[in-house]
Design a binder for this molecule. Structure first.
Ligand code: SAH
Ligand code: SF4
Length: 456
């Protein structure tokens, strides 16, 4: 077994942690990275007041579910999990069951009726509400908002933020109104955090061993537009890049409309910003983009990708696609297919359209049959397999820099600066190290190789 290094994750500014109180918390999260960051914050709050994490809801003293409603399938999963927890609630009625995330709206009556066994529905922008079921939080005198987003040391080795990488929300909400999207209704208007707060949080994380930070927002590159005089994303990137010890800086998700030359050029100029562009296009047909209310054209997206690749040679690209939007004809779908065949993205987050009550497009007929949505989904999956096979094949024989994030199936696993997964064997303790890996095998979804040189 690999023993995790002792990484002290508490920045100097945070309040003193209380002694363990024997209580355990269980957190279940689905959805986007913002939810992961919010769950990490809830975990941090509970750990500060003496709780420990458990992976088994049956022996938890509090259960928190962090929900997503971006598609019907995610909403169904949350409902399924909530119903499954009804048994535990019957056996231990005193155990608080808490629901947060995008399923929670201002009108909670309907939720209360549907899930009467839930003790607290809390809006993810108001962590203080947790005090209603965790009285120990009253003893934390510092503002809860000042607690950083991290997993504390006991969780080292869990998926994701193993103390090596961290997600940091920098802007909440969204000012767009894409016709299919529920997010603005659940997360409100864009609200950027002050630049100095973010820098302080990253400094604390880096001081405790974090080497890669991902700045988060639904429209992360709109950062600062609501903070007159503070400087926007380029200024924040510069300020974070200047923090000694931070190896890698990423940010997601960007909106094509705000992906300015200045942002791309700043990424090219700074050492820590990774050569990776996360830029959802959603569709390749201009008429569909117009009805999606995306406010840009296919050419604008392509132009942003091309500039990124010029400014950052080898820059990888991730995008999001929705297939089966209302009225999407075969020819319009083909535009999306052709765009992806042209652009050769390293990663496509693919979704079948799902009407969300309350959004504009939910008023239009969901007229693409399920089988046709599935067919389009499979067509793009097959295309991506081919594209990614080719993109990774050319990496055979090269050396890639890997930040080691953990172990999976007996191997070390990490990512390149371009966000490609890499697995390799090594008996040494390498968690959190940068390792040059000589690529000896490739697949569409990951690289395998042998370490070369000294870990850093
Ligand atoms: N702010 C990001 C996306 C947030 S939602 C952006 O502007 O791209 C995350 C992804 O879920 C979206 O990119 C979209 O591909 C998908 N999605 C959102 N609403 C959806 C819906 N109604 N049906 C299917 N997929 C949807
Ligand atoms: Fe949703 Fe559009 Fe806002 Fe992204 S930009 S969160 S897709 S409304």
């Amino acid at each position: 077994m690999v023993s995790a290094p002792v990484i002290q994750l508490r920045p100097a500014t945070s309040p003193a942690r209380m002694a363990p109180n024997g209580k355990r918390f269980f957190i279940w999260t689905i959805g986007c990275q913002m939810n992961e960051a919010d769950s990490a914050k809830v975990a941090a709050m509970l750990q500060e007041v003496g709780y420990r994490r458990t992976e088994d809801e049956n022996d938890a003293d509090i259960v928190v579910l962090n929900s997503c409603v971006v598609r019907q399938a995610s909403e169904d999963k949350v409902a399924g999990k909530l119903n499954a927890l009804a048994r535990i609630k019957r056996e231990r009625p005193g155990m608080p069951l808490v629901l947060t995330g995008c399923m929670v709206t201002n009108q909670q009556d309907a939720l209360r009726q549907r899930f009467p066994h839930v003790d607290l529905f809390f809006d993810p922008s108001d962590f203080g509400q947790l005090r209603r079921v965790v009285p120990e939080l009253d003893d934390l005198d510092d503002d809860l908002a000042d607690l950083p987003h991290y997993y504390a040391p006991e969780s080292l080795g869990l998926a994701g933020q193993a103390g090596v990488t961290a997600y940091i929300p920098i802007i909440y909400g969204c000012n767009f109104l894409c016709s299919y999207c529920i997010v603005p209704y659940r997360r409100g208007q864009e609200t950027s955090r002050p630049l100095a707060d973010i820098v302080r949080e990253v400094e604390g994380l880096v001081a405790s061993g974090v080497r890669e930070v991902t700045l988060l927002g639904q429209t992360v590159n709109a950062y600062g537009r609501d903070l007159p005089g503070e400087g926007q994303l380029p200024a924040l990137l510069r300020a974070v890049d200047a923090i000694p010890g931070l190896e890698r800086l990423r940010f997601l998700t960007s909106h094509p409309k705000y992906m300015s030359d200045e942002i791309i050029d700043t990424m090219g100029e700074l050492d820590s910003t990774c050569e990776h562009m996360n830029l959802p296009v959603q569709a390749g047909d201009n008429e569909i983009l117009r009805r999606m209310r995306r406010t840009y054209t296919r050419d604008l997206w392509l132009d942003r990708i091309e500039r990124s690749r010029r400014v950052m040679p080898g820059c990888t690209v991730a995008t999001d696609i929705i297939v089966g939007f209302p009225g999407e004809t075969d020819a319009q779908f083909q535009q999306t297919y052709d765009l992806l065949a042209d652009a050769r993205c390293d990663k496509v987050h693919l979704a079948m359209y799902s009407p969300r009550p309350g959004t504009l497009s939910a008023r239009w007929e969901d007229d693409i049959p399920q089988e046709e949505k599935s067919r389009r989904h499979r067509a793009i999956e097959a295309l991506q397999e081919e594209v990614c096979t080719g993109l990774n094949a050319v990496r055979l024989g090269t050396a890639v820099e890997v930040l080691v994030e953990g172990r999976a199936k007996g191997r070390w696993t990490g990512r390149t600066r371009g966000n490609t997964l890499v697995h390799f064997d090594d008996d040494r303790e390498l968690l959190g190290k940068l390792v040059d890996v000589h690529v000896t095998r490739t697949s569409p979804w990951f690289l395998m190789g042998e370490p070369a040189g000294l870990p850093r």
